[in-house]
Ligand binder design. Structure first.
Ligand SMILES: Nc1ncnc2c1ncn2[C@@H]1O[C@H](COP(=O)(O)OP(=O)(O)OP(=O)(O)O)[C@@H](O)[C@H]1O
Ligand SMILES: [Mg+2]
Length: 463
């Protein structure tokens, strides 16, 4: 390119000089013809030498100018190459007042603006990537050919493996529903919703595949595992409540109908039937009371009246107030000792907690003939324990018994009037105090229920 320019410039100069020399020859010749030789003192030979000298000078001048222009053009070519390769810091030296200098300045300015635009685009890209990475949803961009163009960090966390950029989505994601939604968005250009169950173990994602205006598609995956679990829990709860209410209601209805239809009722049978009706009505009443209690402790408005209370006093009160329920059962309710440490507790709520735990120990651990209630001081909290020596609880039930309506032996629990809500209520009350509850058991050796209450915060000494 530069060699061509150089050659062209040189040729132009030679042509100009040749023309100049011929013109000089012609003018001198005319002068010689018109003026006497002596007056001019110039011979044709001298004129020729003068012309040749001028030609040589012009040649050197042309070569010098051509070399300079060529060198600057070569720099322009190098500059353009660096820009094309992405080096936007490249600049031309400039300096001068000719057209080339103006061109160099314009090119420098273009490179400068390009650099600024790229820096701005890069900073926006980084900002967008950070925003997409901080999202709760997983996002994947797909090219029109179905290759992964980009994905955010959440996507990698979900799949637990790297997402292969530039490769088909199926290399990184195997869930058939996700792949099907992407295909519809890519091929038919339609927004597609779906549900992915096999993307990550135990998790459910809502899929939203959207076609992009420039071709390709964007897939957004929203984790709905918790929403689904809450929804399932709500459905299960309604089903459980309906079932628990229906059983005694059906029984009441059956006995009442029999009594109404009997034209000659036997007083003894009537009494027996009325007894069953009363038992079922009591059971329904208990269930509704427990449901109200559960709704109250689960409500965000549930407020406790926390007072500094000695752990030993709580144990003493529990044994005093609940001693009555073991009176007829030949079961001994005893204290296992407790520290005098002050805990923050709501007296009524604690009565509910001990009431349920001791009642359970009596109902399910009666065979052990002993119930021990005690407390011990731990780091920053006091751990209370209600222990029985009955048949105990198998390990697979130990965490589940705190769920609403969970009963190990439904028939037995129902028989003893249990609704399966007691431990769920207890758990909420303990948690509302800032404590926690757990069950320990060895089959055949009884069960222990441990719950903690935080110690009263130390009051700063009066100044
Ligand atoms: N001390 C225990 N020993 C053995 N099993 C127990 C003991 N305490 C609780 N369980 C089991 O845990 C289940 C749930 O107890 P929870 O107190 O929540 O319900 P419930 O006693 O059946 O009914 P509710 O307390 O609402 O009247 C019980 O049905 C029982 O199977
Ligand atoms: Mg109970």
């Amino acid at each position: 390119m530069t060699a061509k320019v150089f050659t062209k410039l040189l040729g132009l100069f030679i042509l100009l000089l040749a023309f100049f020399t011929v013109a000089m020859e012609f003018v001198l010749h005319r002068l010689v013809e018109q003026a006497p030789a002596a007056a001019l003192r110039l011979s044709g030979r001298e004129a020729l030498w003068t012309g040749l000298l001028a030609l040589a000078f012009a040649l050197i001048l042309a070569a010098w100018v051509a070399v300079r222009v060529s060198r600057r053009l070569r720099l322009v070519v190098d500059f353009a190459q660096r820009i094309a390769e992405g080096d936007l810091s490249a600049r031309l030296a400039g300096g001068g007042a000719d057209e080339l200098t103006a061109m160099e300045a314009a090119l420098n300015q273009t490179a400068e603006r390009l650099g600024q635009s790229f820096a701005e685009i890069e900073s926006r890209r980084q900002e967008l990537a950070a925003m997409l990475d901080s999202m709760q949803e997983a996002v994947v961009a797909i090219t029109p050919e179905g290759l992964v163009r980009w994905s955010n960090a959440v996507m990698q966390r979900i799949t637990g493996a790297p997402i292969h950029l530039g490769r088909p989505l199926v290399h990184s994601v195997r869930d058939p529903e996700v792949l099907a939604c992407v295909q519809v968005a890519l091929r038919q250009g339609e927004v597609r919703f779906g549900r992915a169950n096999s993307l990550a173990p135990g998790r459910i994602f809502e899929i939203n595949a959207v076609p992009l205006p420039s071709g390709g598609a964007l897939v957004v995956l929203h984790d709905v595992t918790r929403i689904e679990a809450a929804e399932k829990s709500r459905r299960d709860f309604i089903a459980n409540v309906s079932h628990e209410l229906r059983t005694p209601l059906t029984s009441i209805q059956g006995y009442v109908e029999t009594l109404i239809e009997d034209p000659d009722p036997n007083p003894e049978t009537t009494r027996e039937f009325l007894g069953i009706i009363l038992k079922n009505a009591t059971r329904m009443n208990r269930l509704t009371e427990d449901l109200i209690a559960l709704a109250s402790v689960e409500s965000p408005d549930y407020k406790l009246s926390l007072q500094p209370t000695r752990a030993s006093a709580l144990i003493h009160d529990a044994i005093e107030s609940l001693g009555g329920i073991v009176v007829d059962s030949k079961v001994k309710l005893e204290s296992a000792g407790a520290p005098d440490a002050l805990v923050m507790a709501d007296a009524d709520a604690m009565n509910q907690v001990f009431g349920n735990l001791i009642e359970n120990a009596l109902k399910y651990g009666k065979a052990g003939k002993r119930i021990r209630v005690g407390a011990r001081l731990l780091d920053g909290e006091v751990e209370f324990t209600v222990q029985d020596f009955g048949p105990g609880i198998a390990s697979e039930h130990l965490t589940r018994i705190f769920e609403r309506f969970y009963r190990i032996d439904k028939a037995r629990s129902r028989e003893s009037g249990g609704t399966g809500l007691g431990l769920a209520i207890v758990k909420h009350i303990v948690q509302a105090h800032g404590g926690s509850i757990r069950a320990e058991s060895e089959l055949g050796a009884g069960a222990q229920f441990h719950f903690t209450l935080p110690l009263m915060p130390a009051t700063p000494p009066a100044s």
